[in-house]
Design a protein around this ligand. Sequence first.
Ligand code: PLP
Length: 364
Amino acid sequence: MINVTKSYLPDFEEYTAYLKGVWERVHLTNDGPLLRELEAQMKEFLGVKHLKFCSNGTVVLQMALKALDITKEVITTPFSYVATTNALLWEGCTPVFADIRPDDFNIDADKIEPLITEHTQAILATHVYGNACQVEQIHAIAEKYRLKVIYDAAHTFGATYNGRSLLSYGDLSTCSFHATKVFHTVEGGCIVTNDDAMAQKLHFYRSFGHRNDDYYSIGINAKNSEFHAAMGLCVLPKVPELIAARRRVFDYYNNRLDFSRLTRPTLSPGMEYNYAYYPVVFDSEETLLRVVDALKAQEIVPRRYFYPSLNTLPFVPSYQACPVSEDIALRVLSLPLYPDLAESDVDRIAGIVNEAIAVSNVVY
Ligand SMILES: *Cc1c(COP(=O)(O)O)cnc(C)c1O
């Protein structure tokens, strides 16, 4: 079976060598030495000032909203993983959806300003598939209306925009290190800031608001363990190789797929991409379903990523139309992409896709 993604695993001995130290120290979690080492290495790798390694990429979104005191309206994207909207709802905020750009599926900066009201406090945008949002325009709008900017940068590890990690943009940026992401720690995530006081606040938030034996502030349990940090220490040095291998698969798809019958989102100029995903867009949902069936019949499992458009979720309080996002969500499919996906498999996948879309075009 070929899944949409496959986690990279380091050599078993490399991982267990770290565990030897854990056994010696009997320090399993709570700001341990491996976690601190991983944070230092990630800061260096990304070129960012403060980074807190946390338990996942969802709790860091919740921490970001809490740390910036966001409780009212937040302008956000309808085209992201459900965690982006859920974090807003969980924190009691009101998501206000700005539709996306038809070319790269990121939030459309031109659609943000008309949605701003006296209750708007922040913009929460996702760098979709690891491609930069219109960060300059978003920054300018935020300055003009004194809004905070949070980026869900879950897809961006190893990707840079204008020479800087995408995690360095906004008031706060968050990342996920879930097993399915470009860089992973099994489960994990981080929150990034340039602000010293904010970093201190997030440090306390991560660990119940604890400061030694005093309860210093509100907080949550967003800590991560030495076991997860050890995985991170094994995977991080491999990230450049993993991205290079992803790029080979990506380029191979580009050479094999029939682009007269499907399209792909564009990349922003200035991107040094991490090849996180390989989404393709078909002419209709019917074609997409035909492709999914054809692939599944050969034990190949693509993923409808993102589907559905988040503004249509039944638990979002009021429906706000986002026609571009709703349309793209019906027609976009992520094809399998991981570092050791064989060229022969990419050939096979592309062949099945090309055949299914050729058939569908005869039918219509
Ligand atoms: C993966 C992902 C998350 C959630 O991260 P977890 O670590 O699984 O909690 C949030 N937002 C986006 C855009 C994601 O892709």
